[in-house]
Write a protein that binds this ligand. Structure first.
Ligand code: ATP
Ligand code: MG
Ligand code: FE
Length: 338
């Protein structure tokens, strides 16, 4: 079964064709990062207008790359939320028009849940070997742990009570003038730094508390900067990055261990932008003793292949009446909900 995925929740316009939820035939991503860079973050209205400019060429490029036409597509999956509503509506309206015009089923997909399916793209392991499993989505807006009985069942076990992990990387990078997005910059500098030079507070250390918190760590960085009046040598900046990164990622590993003690799982799927961090991958591999699957780097950050993948499973599970997929009476949502 071929699913065309469409994604426009934030600052990436993406389209992809995926076969049976795993095999990526094409994945096109247009990043608006250069447009938003000068503002130090994503400007919602500009994002929506940029999506509108490129959505049609992106879908066409995805079909071309997959060497197929719209007729070959069995269903269309599109991000419903969470995200910027103006941005989401561009993808949703386009997808609704496409579905209406072609008579193909239309599948609304939750972006955060779809990130997890990024870890399954191109993976050969049979589903029975992966589920029941745990999943960690660690992105720019979310830090969620799920228990998954099957590919479409997302039981939320833990979330952040303040900032998301990726958000804290972005905020700390901005604070030290390292640029946007912060994650890759901090990772690169941390490689040259000594993680033990600066002491970091250990946030929510209690094993039993299944929640995340990143604002205290950020405040600590604000205070450190203030104390030095913002003046740091390159070596000190690298040390700060290394220490911050170690604790930011350490918290993720500790909570994964706690979740695993609570809910025995066959595997752990890790996804979202922060899953691209190589230090994080090494820490997880060392600490966790069930198979852990990370997405290929290109499927960590926003893409449409993950949307098509989850869409495929939603379409295939008998829990939804088929009429759901010819229903256009639904809207974008901005905040995460299940
Ligand atoms: P959400 O999916 O929650 O709506 P989003 O789509 O903006 O948010 P992603 O695109 O999945 O998030 O990930 C972007 C985040 O990942 C940013 O916060 C970025 O700093 C972070 N990130 C990217 N690469 C790295 C890295 N190498 N190390 C740490 N963080 C990283
Ligand atoms: Mg983005
Ligand atoms: Fe995302």
């Amino acid at each position: 079964m071929l699913v065309l995925g469409i994604e426009s929740s934030c600052d990436e316009t993406a389209a992809a064709v995926v076969e049976d939820g795993r095999k990526v035939l094409s994945s096109q991503v247009f990043s608006q990062i250069e447009t938003h860079k000068v503002f130090g973050g994503v400007v919602p209205e500009i994002a929506a207008r940029e999506h509108l400019k490129v959505i049609q060429p992106m879908v066409q490029a995805a079909l071309d790359e997959a060497s197929c036409t719209l007729e070959d597509i069995d269903a269309i999956a599109v991000t419903q939320g969470p995200g910027l509503v103006g941005a989401l509506l561009v993808g949703i309206t386009y997808a609704k028009g496409l579905a209406l015009g072609t008579g193909k089923p239309l599948i609304p997909v939750n972006h955060v849940h779809a990130h997890i399916h990024g870890a399954l793209l191109g993976l050969d392991a049979p589903l029975e070997s992966l589920f029941p499993g745990l999943a960690l989505v660690v992105s720019g807006g979310h830090t969620n742990i799920y228990y998954m009985a099957n590919p479409t069942d997302f039981e939320l076990l833990a979330q952040t009570i303040d900032d998301a992990c990726g958000e804290s990387f972005d905020k700390v990078a901005k604070l030290f003038g390292l640029g946007y997005p912060g994650g890759p910059r901090i990772e690169a500098l941390a490689k040259q730094g000594n993680p033990n030079h600066f002491q970091m507070p250990r946030m929510v250390e209690e094993k039993k508390r299944l929640l995340f918190s990143y604002s205290g760590l950020k405040t600590h960085m604000v205070n450190l900067r203030h104390r030095n009046k913002g003046v740091f040598t390159d070596e000190e900046t690298a040390d700060l990055c290394a220490a911050f990164q170690e604790e930011a990622l350490g918290q993720l590993v500790r909570k994964l261990e706690s979740a695993l003690a609570l809910k025995p799982a066959s595997s752990i799927l890790v996804a979202g932008g922060v899953a691209a961090n190589q230090r994080f991958r090494a820490m997880v591999d060392e600490a966790i003793n069930v198979p852990v699957y990370f997405p290929h780097l290109r499927y960590c950050s926003d893409n449409a292949a993950m949307i098509a993948a989850l869409g495929y499973h939603q379409f295939n599970t008998q829990t939804h009446p088929q009429s759901v997929f010819s229903d256009y009476d639904w809207d974008a949502f901005s905040r995460y909900h299940r």
